[in-house]
Design a binder for this molecule. Structure first.
Ligand SMILES: *Cc1c(COP(=O)(O)O)cnc(C)c1O
Length: 426
């Protein structure tokens, strides 16, 4: 059991004064689960420590990046050494070449790569490039997939097949929204129908090849492969948004995990090892259109920042040299899945646990979850109770029924056992 969170409570009150909602990214605010967000102070390995000194087993891993666990010694000392050389040059460095070599080595089909500062930047730049490359305006995304907060991606999922009647979120112009089409995840027939009616309008299909932003949702057999064939047939740029899955599901990310190659791939999260980086890369024939080689503009004052790159480079190198990290993670995640399912079944709680590699999520009250519609039917009130119960037991889960949990390699079998024990106490 955790103790008082008095300091978190008073920090939250202070934060509310001059930070919108008290947080710098919405999900941290506990708005959907209720209660006071826990303010963190430090972390080591699989554990987080809050401002009041409570310890938590961490199932967020900073939403993915901390795949090796917190404050991994090699990563921390690499950052410290680099900081003594320079914090930023705004000029090219050898380290960026090493990073590009490593990424192209680990991930399939990446001939060239450009570093940016976030997953959002990577996705918006990839879409711009796809539009320039194809000379087309529209993009297709799937309901419930998140590709960052750029205007083009913040289009509400319209219901029904191939709807062109798009609703925009406040601040996104109707013009921008009109160019983003949405269809249900895992509905290949709907994509075929859309393309039959609009064979030359779509520049890119962007997708989370394993979805992680409506809980964890796996592609049905043939879905990702079917989209690959359609993109080739209609001259559409196939973009895998691997901001979450990249270097997490496997060394080569979802491309390797699902054995399907995209035309462009976006990265974030793990690629920075906890520092702000993103990247996009892919086929040379497309990537060579990026400035200054080509005329598609994309830039960044801090892109390739040495501190950020050394954190990412060290993290990726460790993953590259220790493939057992992925099997360990998968084994622990499978043990967690089995434990979760047993405990919930024993209690007579209807649930679906979806898992891929080190990504896992539980949807309460649901029998099969394969798209946003089925994910939306889950019992939010029960999740919120579950979340707060686990938090009190010292288990830090994402504060939302729609988020995947991310395991890190510092998590031990004993931590998994402790987590399952906590569920039994529900
Ligand atoms: C987190 C995420 C993004 C956005 O990345 P940021 O670094 O937060 O901008 C984009 N796509 C997916 C799939 C993500 O999970």
């Amino acid at each position: 059991m955790t103790g008082s969170i008095q300091k978190s409570e008073s920090l939250y009150q202070r934060a509310l004064k001059n930070i919108p909602g008290g947080v710098n990214s919405p999900v941290r605010a506990f708005k959907s689960v209720g209660g006071t967000p826990v303010f963190m102070k430090s972390a080591k390995g699989a554990y987080l420590y809050d401002a009041d000194g409570n310890q938590y087993i961490d199932y967020i891993s900073s939403w993915g990046p901390m795949i090796l666990g917190h404050c991994h010694e090699e990563v921390v000392s690499a950052i410290q050494r680099k900081a003594n050389e320079s914090i930023s040059f705004g000029a090219p460095t050898e380290l960026e070449i090493s990073m590009a070599d490593l990424i192209t080595d680990m991930a399939p089909g990446i001939d060239m790569v450009r570093l940016v500062n976030s997953g959002t930047e990577a996705c918006m730049s990839a879409v711009r490039l796809a539009r320039a490359f194809t000379g087309r305006n529209k993009i297709l995304k799937f309901e419930g997939c998140y590709h960052g907060h750029a205007d083009a991606f913040l289009v509400k999922a319209g219901s029904g097949v191939a709807t062109l009647n798009i609703q925009a979120v406040p601040g996104v112009t109707a013009g921008v929204a009109m160019d983003t089409l949405t269809l249900p995840y895992n509905d290949l027939a709907a994509v075929k129908e859309l393309l039959k009616n609009h064979p030359e309008d779509i520049a890119a299909i962007i997708i989370e090849p394993v979805a992680g932003n409506m809980g964890c949702i796996l592609p049905e057999p043939g879905f990702i492969e079917g989209l690959r064939s359609l993109c080739t047939e209609y001259g559409i740029v196939y973009i895998f948004d691997e901001v979450m899955t990249g270097f997490r599901l496997a060394k080569g990310g979802a491309q390797e995990y699902l054995n399907v190659e995209a035309d462009l791939v976006t990265y974030g999260k793990v690629i920075g090892g906890g520092m702000p980086i993103g990247a996009f890369g892919g086929k040379k024939a497309i990537m060579e259109h990026i400035a200054p080689l080509g005329n598609v503009y994309q830039a960044g004052t801090l892109s390739g920042n040495p501190i950020a790159v050394i954190a990412g480079y060290t993290t990726l190198s460790i993953l590259n040299n220790n493939p057992s990290v992925y099997t360990d993670l998968e084994n622990r995640c499978k043990a967690l899945k089995a434990g979760l399912e047993n405990a919930l079944t024993e209690k007579g709680i209807t649930h679906t646990v979806n898992q891929a590699g080190s990504m896992i999520s539980v949807h309460f009250g649901a029998h099969k979850v394969m798209d946003l519609q089925t994910a939306s039917q889950c019992d939010i009130a029960f999740f919120n109770r579950f979340f707060h119960h686990m938090l009190k037991q010292g288990i830090y889960l994402p504060p939302s029924a729609y988020e995947s949990w991310f395991l890190n390699h510092a998590l031990s079998n004993a931590d998994i056992d402790k987590t399952i024990e906590a569920i039994h106490k529900l």
